[in-house]
Design a protein around this ligand. Structure first.
Ligand SMILES: [Zn+2]
Length: 421
């Protein structure tokens, strides 16, 4: 009885730490507009110091690589086995909240502590991981740390990137205030047996469905375009409708066409979030319109279909409305499906909690996309209240934060077992 009682107390401590620790991190970079914690700033380095402090308190061996990714290792019975990694990122967008990224890092540390509290022995070492620069914060490269770790980008390339003031990441990491941590040995390999990322959903699907856990199916494919349409300007009162080439009317037709395609596909979204209209007067026919298109889906063929609809609609508008069009393809990435065995391990973990879970795609990008290039991967989501993220008021309930840690700990045990089989 006594042993069970003390284990319960220790277990509570480990879980409730997630809320407390997120609160500790949330003051780093906090201002009236949210949290701004750019890579290799004093605030972001302080977050890395917190992580290192928690690892030291637990006697987990720490390591860091050349770009500042941090690893806290809980040993397994097979010391030569590649580790299972669990983590996320500590940087934020300029108007970030307390949970995006930080939750997956703190949650991973708490999950390791939970395994300790329950005296659970794993065969593989498990490492809580803090990736740097996922948000493309300060330096212009998204998923910077995980991309370097996975070998998708060289450390040299990353270290030579400049911020707006012209300072390189290499300079910033060599600097006292934003730099690499002292007395942390360098990690020399990127061995990884599997990776699990815990994250807030950043969307409304779980909350609307009344599910408390999301088992991610895939990270969405994403393509972005800039479309420019050129028509003829003219007097709003004197040019008859039949002979106009109104570029904004053409844009409206195109936007409605791609919207309707995305609606029909179901698991696809398309957004026109930016538009400029020239000359931009109430009494002048718009001559030139330029707008952005962002299309995403967990299924690559769905994104193909929306791109097809976009090009079709543009072709129609140019012939029927007499506008000229240019299509500029900006960034794009294919969908990253989660590894089926890893997904099933997460599902068993979610089921073990007795809480309602559901499969969900991730519309947002995550470090998991990069790690998928070198290891099997899975992601766990917990609900975001109101579905909002990348804003200061981003919030997840304490109970859901704790449930996510519980699920991650169980998932790591399941993955360890699965990798042995
Ligand atoms: Zn994130």
């Amino acid at each position: 009885m006594h042993a069970i009682g003390s284990q319960t107390i220790r277990r509570r401590t480990a879980i409730s730490n997630v809320v407390e620790r997120l609160a500790q991190l949330s003051v780093l970079g906090r201002y009236e507009g949210g949290i701004d914690r750019g890579l290799a700033t004093p605030q972001e380095r302080a977050a890395r110091e917190h992580f290192a402090g928690w690892a030291r308190a637990n006697k987990y061996a720490l390591s860091q690589d050349r770009v500042g990714n941090l690893f806290a290792r809980r040993e397994g019975t097979r010391k030569d086995a590649a580790p299972i990694l669990a983590g996320s990122h500590l940087d934020t967008v300029k108007t970030g909240g307390a949970y995006d990224g930080a939750y997956g890092v703190v949650g991973a540390m708490c999950a390791l502590e939970l395994l300790d509290a329950r005296n659970i022995v794993t065969e593989h070492p498990i490492e809580a991981t803090a990736w740097v620069g996922e948000e493309g914060s300060r330096f212009p490269l998204g998923c910077l740390g995980s991309a370097v770790f996975a070998g998708l980008t060289s450390a040299e390339h990353a270290l030579a990137l400049c911020d707006e003031s012209g300072a390189t990441l290499g300079d910033a990491l060599a600097h006292e205030t934003g730099g690499l941590l002292r007395d942390v040995p360098q990690r020399l390999n990127n061995n990884v047996a599997g990776y699990v990322e815990l994250h807030v959903e950043q969307g409304p699907i779980l909350e609307r469905a009344g599910a408390r856990l999301g088992i991610v199916t895939a990270i969405a494919s994403q393509r972005r375009f800039r479309i420019t349409l050129e028509g003829e300007s003219g007097h709003a009162g004197t040019v008859p409708m039949a002979i106009r080439s109104d570029s904004l009317g053409a844009a409206a037709e195109i936007i409605l066409a791609i919207e309707s395609t995305a609606r029909k596909l179901g698991e696809a979204v398309v957004t026109v979030g930016r538009m400029t209209v020239e000359p931009g007067s109430t009494n002048v026919i718009p001559a030139r319109v330029s707008f952005s298109v962002d299309m995403r889906s967990p299924h690559d063929p769905h994104v193909d279909a929306i791109e097809h609809a976009l090009r079709d609609a543009i072709a129609r508008a140019t012939s029927t409305r007499g506008v000229r069009a240019s299509i500029e393809a900006l960034e794009g990435r294919n969908a990253t499906p989660m590894t089926p065995r890893m997904r099933e391990a997460v599902r068993r973990a979610a089921d073990s909690t007795g809480e309602r879970s559901m499969d969900v795609p991730s519309g947002a990008g995550h470090d998991t996309m990069c790690i998928a290039a070198i290891a099997p991967v899975a992601m766990i989501f917990v609900p975001s209240i109101g579905g909002v993220s990348h804003v200061g008021v981003e919030k997840t309930s304490d109970a859901d934060l704790e449930l996510g840690v519980e699920t991650l700990a169980a998932a790591l045990v399941e993955v360890d077992r699965d990798l042995r089989a």
